[in-house]
Write a protein that binds this ligand. Structure first.
Ligand code: ZN
Ligand code: MN
Length: 139
């Protein structure tokens, strides 16, 4: 997350506490698509008084301000993505590792028979098996 991410966070009137800053720092450039629990575990190493609620609420406000994307393919374990650029994902069906797909590929939006919607974006989840899981399956 660049500085303007932090600025935006301040703009909306949220106090940038050291704990929240630590969460922002952990997310900055993080490509692991961590869950709230994983973020909590990592950040509470440095801030033992950090509560899970702080992590959760910080993620929730970042999400509301478009600073993180919430990935919901696993309803029991939401994952968070600080990459603000539109991109797609490939997910390992065994270990749930997530990889960004930055390649542009053409996608023709479906014809929608209604004026209720105007399509403004898309997010595609591909499923696969990562190389680690593939090797472990005994090739
Ligand atoms: Zn895997
Ligand atoms: Mn991503």
């Amino acid at each position: 997350m660049r500085i303007d991410g932090i600025e935006k966070y301040k703009e909306v009137g949220l106090k940038l506490t050291p704990q929240r800053l630590a969460i922002l720092k952990f997310l900055e450039g993080n490509k692991e698509h961590p869950s709230a629990d994983e973020i909590y575990k990592a950040v509470s190493k440095k801030f033992p008084t950090m509560s899970f609620a702080t992590v959760y609420n910080t993620l929730e406000s970042l999400r509301r301000f478009g600073q993180v994307m919430e990935l919901n393919f696993d309803p029991y374990k939401k994952r968070f993505d600080p990459n603000p650029k539109p991109h797609h994902h490939v997910i390992c069906v065994r270990c749930q590792k997530i990889l960004d797909i930055q390649n542009e590929f053409s996608l023709k939006p479906p014809q929608i028979e209604s004026e209720e919607f105007e399509i403004i974006g898309n997010h595609i989840e591909f499923y696969g098996i990562c190389s680690k899981c593939k090797n472990e399956s005994g090739a």
